[in-house]
Design a protein around this ligand. Structure first.
Ligand code: NDP
Length: 254
């Protein structure tokens, strides 16, 4: 595996994802949007999954206008989606492509920045549904089509507050601790049994709507842009990370 510095500075070969079929969740905005565009520019056929169709259409247009392979749009809301909905997504991948080569599980919500003692139950339930339960169910449903690929990569999204507990991050922090555990458990259960690798990325402070919601007083230009952190996303999705499994990787050097 490359060092943290090498990952943060990674330069993918041209067409490193040529003809790969990659599904990105939360592809309409922020980091997911940048990743969908980066994967398309690297030659992938990207499935843009998310809840706001207009945003997904804008990403679609941007990919087409920059000469990328025509993406697909798949509307899905992780708050209400059921196991049947994810199984239907898997069926459609199977029918259309016979496989899935990459899955970037990026969609997430912040919830409240408040002490646990006053955290609202309904917000807690929603954050864990979107950030954990739906992430697990979509992975479970898509595993057969991922196994049909010769070399598939699943990337969950973690956070620094999912590694060390910090005050006032509530359900979001707990959800990211759960993501770290999910990745380790999935990776341990599938190691040596199939060609699917399962890892997570910690983007680090990145200028998006979620970051602005968490740190409203911060100057967005003082931190990384979503485009700045794409080297790690390209590395972990591409062929050079094919032996990396069960790892939690930083997109930025500390
Ligand atoms: P954004 O808020 O910019 O984007 C989040 C994306 O998730 C949006 O596309 C949003 O869709 C989608 N989404 C939210 N809820 C749902 C839902 N119920 N169903 C389907 N899609 C949904 O956040 P970021 O780009 O910053 O975050 C991306 C990931 O990176 C998250 O997992 C976050 O926790 C993680 N992260 C981000 C950091 C940062 O500094 N930005 C730091 C550490 C981790 P829509 O646009 O329709 O709302």
């Amino acid at each position: 595996m490359l060092s943290a510095q090498e990952i943060a500075n990674y330069q993918a070969q041209d067409n490193s994802l040529k003809d790969r079929v990659i599904l990105v969740t939360g592809a309409g905005d922020g980091i997911g949007k940048a990743a969908a565009i980066a994967y398309a520019q690297a030659g992938a056929r990207v499935i843009l999954a998310g809840r706001t169709v207009e945003k997904l259409e804008q990403v679609y247009d941007q990919i087409i206008s920059t000469g990328g392979c025509e993406p697909l749009i798949y509307p899905v809301d992780f708050e209400g989606a059921t196991e049947d909905d994810f199984n239907e997504l898997a069926n459609q991948c199977d029918q259309q492509f016979g496989r899935l080569d990459g899955l970037l599980l990026n969609a997430g919500i912040l919830g409240q920045r408040t002490p646990l003692s006053s955290y609202r139950h309904d917000v807690w339930t929603k954050v864990l549904q979107v950030n954990v339960t739906a992430q697990h169910l979509i992975t479970k449903a898509l595993m057969p089509v991922l196994e049909a690929s010769d070399n598939a990569s699943v990337i969950f999204t973690t956070s620094g507050v999912g590694r060390v507990g910090r005050a006032f991050w509530g359900a979001y922090a707990v959800s990211k601790f759960a993501v770290e555990g999910l990745v380790q458990t999935w990776a341990a259960e599938t190691e040596g049994l199939n060609s699917v690798r399962i890892n997570c990325i910690n983007p680090g402070a990145t200028s998006t709507q979620m970051r602005a919601q968490a740190f409203p007083a911060e100057n967005p230009e003082s931190i990384a842009s979503p485009q700045d952190i794409m080297p790690a996303y390209l590395y972990l999705m591409g062929p050079e990370s094919s032996q990396v499994n069960g790892q939690s990787i930083d997109a930025q050097i500390k």
